[in-house]
Design a protein around this ligand. Sequence first.
Ligand code: ME8
Length: 639
Amino acid sequence: MAEKKGTYYITTPIYYPSSKLHIGHTYCTVMADAMARFKRLSGYDVRFLTGTDEHGQKIQDIAKNKNVSTQEYVDEIVDGIKELWKTMEISYDDFIRTTETRHVERVQEIFKKIYEKGDIYKGEYEGWYCTPCESFWTETQVEDGKCPDCGRPVQKAKEEAYFFRLSKYQDRLLDLFENNAEFLQPETRRNEMIKFVKQGLDDLCISRSTFDWGIKVPMDEKHVIYVWLDALSNYITALGYPDDPELYEKYWPADIHLVGKEIVRFHTVIWPAMLMSMDLPLPKQVLGHGWLLLEGGKMSKSKGNVVDPVVLIDRYGVDALKYFLLREYTFGQDGVYTNEVMLRRMNFDLANDLGNLLSRTVAMIQKYNGGFVPDAKGSNETDEDLKEVAIGAAPKVEEHMNKFQYSLALEEIWVLIRRANKYIDETMPWVLAKEEGDKEKLDTVLHNLAESLRIVSVLIHPFMHNTSGKMRKQLGLWYKEVEWEDAFTFDMMSGEQVAKGKQLFPRLDIDKELEELEKMQGPSEEENIELELKPEIVYDDFDKIDFRVGTILTAEKHPKADKLLVFQVKMGTEKRQIISGVAEDFTPEEMVGKKVIVVANLKPRKLRGLESKGMLMFAENGKRCEIVTTIADDGCVVD
Ligand code: ME8
């Protein structure tokens, strides 16, 4: 093993166990895993943390809707997440759940510390709340009733609450962004945050009292701690802070918090301010990566078009998926996922370039030299060129990896792979092997190819360790540990005995695969529905209905009926009350702000004592009903 270079602490966001994870979460975790493996291989003492963020209103609402206890609900989803990471061989050192006692107690200690510092006070919160983002917004930040981050409707919140003096840290935060360019990358994210902080920071509401799924405020148990304060603390509670500080002292401050761009604000404003309040060191760097988007507009789980990594892994293997995610997308930028782009990468880069190079080389060493790698005998310009590319790759990979440019790092490795394939075409070993050929030259060629492949097996190890292992088995290197330094030398293969193995990656029939994937990823629920229609009506019946567009201003449960929701709906200048029997399908919060279609001329009637004037349009969709809205209001982010 390489000499230890120091510690390296890297974290992913702790994901909400609100439903199964999708390819977007996988993307972030795969990046963190590759970096952890790369740093370990380069000699660092690495700590890699991931986990789940289990408290908050969103999770409580979902569990309630499903009629299971919140703990039961999260337990099941978290089991699935751990299973996914096991399948993907994610090499985390610790997995923290925010419902674990170790975390709960330490968060309460953290709250007390900030309180004792004088940075927490009690007041009343009045403003807006975005439940999907678990985020507070002021009147001026809310855009047209929508969350400025995710664009979904926000709800009014008015409750007694504790506040954190975030405003006190405004100048220090600005100083941090302006004078420490490394703290937040990429640059675009840094500029966004400078702008955000310059607009002025309000004190932050850090407790909720209208639901109870959270960590209790230690000095006032009516309140639960705001889920982001709870969640952000995981990065140090998992290290034992404050009561068992051995790991904390060893690994904190973190080297990297790897997060999606939408949660950079929490990690670079709230989290540093909390740490400043506790007089603790700040993480060295926060990196905001881009999103994976799907083409074709809106994506939602109910449509069935969220990309499930398990389907891809079952079909193509863990390494192929990891390679695709790391190679295809540029760090920091958004990228569009399509099955076709993925399949092409797998075919061209993996099956053709890498797979063929290995199988041709092993086959030639067996055929022309009895399966043993010969010594090199002399060297000409072509040989030197290959050698230069081979031993020049590792420093370039290091350089790109130090900037989190996974795609460029892999591209450097493929420059070598493609160079080696070209070397075979240039040197034509099958001609050198003929009777009138040149055995010495042939030996050199076989040797150089084996060396190049050995180097590739080291370089790809952090990204695709299984493939690296399979290559090393075929190259006869199964008994040797992978050492990063070995990528810098070109003289280790003489005498090794190669062994033919299975193709590393099968060649895929892209059209057939596209068809298969489409079947597996769809069809959507809608297409599966067996229609059982009511009797036909004539046009005149339909024409009697007066449809209008309205906006839901408020929504609440009917005080006397569990199944009913009471809406206040604005239509032009008119405001009216409409009652619908959809409380089992929707929470009041998710309805507020929606633009809906109203049957405006339906005769008013009383429903359990309250008048309903008109009807909102809902449509049956298999197991649940859907609200009929105007144009879809979500973007096309996978969520
Ligand atoms: O925000 N493309 O959890 P979360 C790329 N619990 N990455 C994506 C993605 C996409 N389409 N969708 C999700 C939370 N991600 C909080 C975090 S941390 C103290 C608390 C990734 O389950 C991306 O890394 O919503 C994003 O930041 C994260 O999943 C959000 O996961």
